[in-house]
Design a protein. Sequence first.
Length: 154
Amino acid sequence: MERMNERSEEMATKVNNLILYGIYKVLGAGAKGLGNSIGEELLNTMMEEYGLNFEGSSDPQELLNRFTEVMINTFGFAENGEIDVDGNKVTLKLENPMDLYALQLLEKKGMKPVLYPMANAIAVAIKKFSGKNVLIKEIRVNEKHVEVDMLILG
């Protein structure tokens, strides 16, 4: 087999997905405990390095739209995405996210995803601008999409 001359984004993403899958497989439900720490680091990076800012508004939908814009337009994490706020219910919908392969592998092996870094970053963001905790209720994976249901507590 011939070595690739350049590292491709596609290959890097696939390798990272396999690493994520391995972490899920080893830690199982224990991976859930990593969520806040990973979410906080992801959010801090988006704010410090990519210009995400929550200043000037207290409207959760507007603030989460800013998050989505950085996540999609700057990070290129998914082809498309949206965050819907309905009272205390928040739903993250992503089309073809980078980690879809790892999540599909989990489901193929009969494991339900318990950690979703972008949702964890959203939970940290909500805590940051509202002071309220967020429960990640369900992560749904299908052929081309990931949807995460969250509940704002308090």
